[in-house]
Structures are given as structure tokens and as C-alpha cells.
Design a protein around this ligand. Structure first.
Ligand code: RB5
Length: 149
């Protein structure tokens, strides 16, 4: 069980805590940075994690202050379905319905305990495999490839 995690400075503290939490659950955590609380730009971290997710088929977790910048940036990469979740219901539903491959969290929005629950549920919930959801995900791919207007 491997998970790739990354953050900017706004998500650095939560990333450090979440890494330990996930390791305690038995996950092999690939931390792609940032490695200090010093201010840095989030888009390059989002792209680095997104590419690793696509190459490996592992899931990824991105954290910034709100989770919004990371989700906007990650969703620019073809094949990435990044879901910003501030609650456990959304975490479950985005795995079941959207087969999201990246979870985004906001350190300045979500407390550590809730963020841990969100991450655990998101990692443990399988995609439903229902035809209607597969079809909708294929339609998202059509948008990426400019086949849907
Ligand atoms: C950094 O101050 C903050 O803008 C960033 O972490 C993130 O919240 C952007 O969406």
C-alpha cells in the first residue's frame, strides 16, 4: 500500500502529521516535499505529484492552505481527478463515483483529526465500477481530449 503526498508551506504541518498517521496504518508514504515551512509555490508540487500518480497508478494526497490551489493545479493534468474534501462523506463519494486519484486537503480549513479520517476513508473506499459512473468518467476524459463541448 503506497501513497504519495505533497504540500506547499501552507500544508507542511498537516503533511508531516498525516505522513506519520498513514505510516502507522501501514502505508508506504512517498513524501515529495516541500520539506520545510518556508514559503514556496504550490503548482510545481501539484504537477510533480500528479505525474508520479499517473506513472505509478498509486494514489496521491496534496495539501495547501485551503486545498483549492492544489486541486486547481492538479486537475490541469490529463488523467488526474483531484478532489478537494473537507468532510468524510465527500471523501467516500468521490472515490465511489469519481474514482478520484488525488485527494486535496486544506490545512487552514480542516483540523488534523478530521483530515486523518478523510484521508483514511478516501484511501480505503473503492470505486463503485457502476456503468453510469464509468461512463461519466469517460466523458471527463472526452473533455480533456476536446471531444465533448
Ligand atoms: C499559501 O499562502 C496559500 O495561498 C496556499 O497554500 C493555498 O492555500 C493556495 O490555494
Amino acid at each position: 500500500m503506497k501513497v504519495i503526498i505533497g504540500s506547499d508551506h501552507g500544508g507542511y504541518n498537516l503533511k508531516s502529521a498525516l505522513k506519520l498517521f498513514l505510516e502507522d496504518l501501514g502505508y508506504n508514504v512517498d513524501d515529495i516535499g516541500t520539506y520545510s515551512p518556508e514559503s514556496c509555490d504550490y503548482p510545481p508540487i501539484a504537477v510533480k505529484l500528479a505525474k508520479k500518480v499517473l506513472q505509478s497508478d498509486d494514489k496521491g494526497i496534496l495539501i495547501c492552505g485551503t486545498g483549492i490551489g492544489m486541486s486547481i493545479a492538479a486537475n490541469k493534468i490529463k488523467g488526474i481527478r483531484a478532489a478537494l474534501c473537507n468532510d468524510t462523506f465527500s471523501a467516500r463519494m468521490t472515490r465511489e463515483h469519481n474514482n478520484s486519484n488525488v485527494l486535496c486537503l486544506g490545512e487552514r480549513v480542516t483540523g488534523h483529526g478530521l483530515a486523518f479520517d478523510i484521508a483514511k476513508i478516501w484511501l480505503e473506499t473503492p470505486f463503485s465500477q457502476e456503468d453510469k459512473h464509468l461512463n461519466r468518467i469517460n466523458l471527463i476524459t472526452d473533455i480533456e481530449n476536446e471531444r465533448l463541448e
